[in-house]
Ligand binder design. Structure first.
Ligand code: GLA
Length: 379
């Protein structure tokens, strides 16, 4: 499959940075995208269903084998960090070092490598900028060191980097989206065994568009609250005597009111993903709008992971005629999505921007998403 055109453009910058910093040509260039999750939120670590598509924003790495580890990023001041070992990297460099570490830990030995990273996945936008880096580094190292790794297994390895090296207790959604999504498709995936189906997703052909509203609000308390939600789910599953909330009986009820709401979100969200997949297979795309909105309501009230900025964007989009809208990703800031008629884009953008201004919130960045290609070698 040819490289995504936009990934190719970014690769030019990554290659130039590599030449500037190391004075040689890289052995290759590899790209991995950010993602939007259409529906299926906070279900991944409950062995449930998700439905992401890849965004045409990419992390691109230029890389070559070397005598020592070296990580350069065009982000911020354009730092270069490195050394003989993989220990002790923090911030953006932890995503690179952690992925190399996770490969070594998983039985795929890799040696010192030089990287130049260039990414246009918005940082802090809830669009998986960190998973994009991990996945680009992973496919680069696998190829440089001659490992043929199944993409689903690769997603688990990148998740291990995030969980055990970076220290964020996330599920497998973001890394699988970056590695496994296909252009023009949304991926329906069962997080229990990573089995998946690529469902055609061509909104433009239906006269529709997906707006992504990056609220530009910082993630607040995201890490601690995320871990707390996971703990709630594990406790709810324990009380029900099931392995995970995926297996919660449909009409189960827990005495603890908070745990009951958490469980209710996961159970109903899994049902919504299954319904969304069925509707998309039938080609009646407009029919998924209600499910998207119901997902947001559930995340807002039962799971309590939304934010003022996300609610403002969702409410304004719906008020201006969006077919459906919801927060996407972990929540507590980040981005919302809205399914809209293509000819209503300006009106809905204005409504979302106006609502933020009126509430004194940061001006959101709004763009139209297309389903792009998952991780691939660019050159
Ligand atoms: C973040 C995590 C994912 C997933 C989502 C919520 O993006 O990285 O693993 O749990 O939140 O669906």
């Amino acid at each position: 499959m040819p490289a995504d055109n936009h990934a190719l453009e970014l690769a030019g910058t990554a290659a130039a940075a590599f030449r500037d910093v190391y004075g040689t040509e890289p052995e290759g260039l590899w790209a991995a995208p950010g993602r939007v999750n259409l529906i299926g939120e906070h279900t991944d670590y409950n062995d449930g269903f998700v439905m992401p598509f890849a965004l045409p924003f990419y992390a691109v790495v230029a890389a070559s084998k070397a005598d020592e580890w070296s990580f350069h990023s065009t982000y911020g001041d354009g730092q270069t960090l490195g050394g003989p070992s993989l220990d002790g990297f923090e911030g953006w460099a932890a995503y690179l070092a952690g992925t190399a570490w996770a490969l070594n830990e998983s039985g795929y030995p890799v040696g010192p490598t030089r990287f130049a990273l260039h990414s246009d996945v918005p940082v802090g936008g809830g669009l998986s900028s960190s998973a994009a880096i991990e996945c680009a580094v992973l496919i680069a190292l696998a190829e440089l060191y001659g490992h043929d790794i199944d993409r689903a297994e690769a997603a688990r390895i990148a998740q291990k980097a995030e969980n055990e090296y970076v220290g964020a207790p996330t599920g497998v959604l973001d890394q699988s989206a970056s590695l496994l999504c296909e252009a023009g498709h949304v991926m329906f995936m069962d997080c229990r065994d990573l089995s998946r189906e690529q469902v055609p997703f061509d909104l433009a052909a239906e006269g529709l568009a997906m707006l992504v509203v990056d609220t530009q609000a910082p993630h607040r308390h995201a890490d601690g609250e995320y871990a707390q939600r996971r703990a709630d789910c594990e406790e709810a599953a324990r009380q029900l005597g099931v392995a995970s909330l995926r297996d919660a009986p449909k009409h189960a009820k827990l005495d603890d009111e908070r745990l009951n709401r958490r469980m209710h979100h996961v159970v109903t969200e899994n049902e919504r993903v299954l319904k969304t997949a069925a509707i998309l297979r039938s080609g009646e795309v407009r029919g998924i709008g209600e499910l998207l909105t119901a997902s947001h309501t559930s995340l807002r009230h039962d799971y309590e992971v939304s934010s003022v900025e996300l609610d403002s964007a969702v409410d304004a989009a719906l008020g201006a005629g969006a077919l459906g809208a919801r927060m996407t990703g972990g929540g507590f800031g980040g981005s919302a999505i809205a399914l809209v008629e293509a000819d209503a884009i300006p009106k809905i953008e204005d409504a979302v921007t106006g609502a933020a201004a009126q509430a004194g919130l940061p001006a959101p960045r709004i763009f139209t998403a297309r389903a792009a290609q998952g991780a691939h070698r660019v050159a």
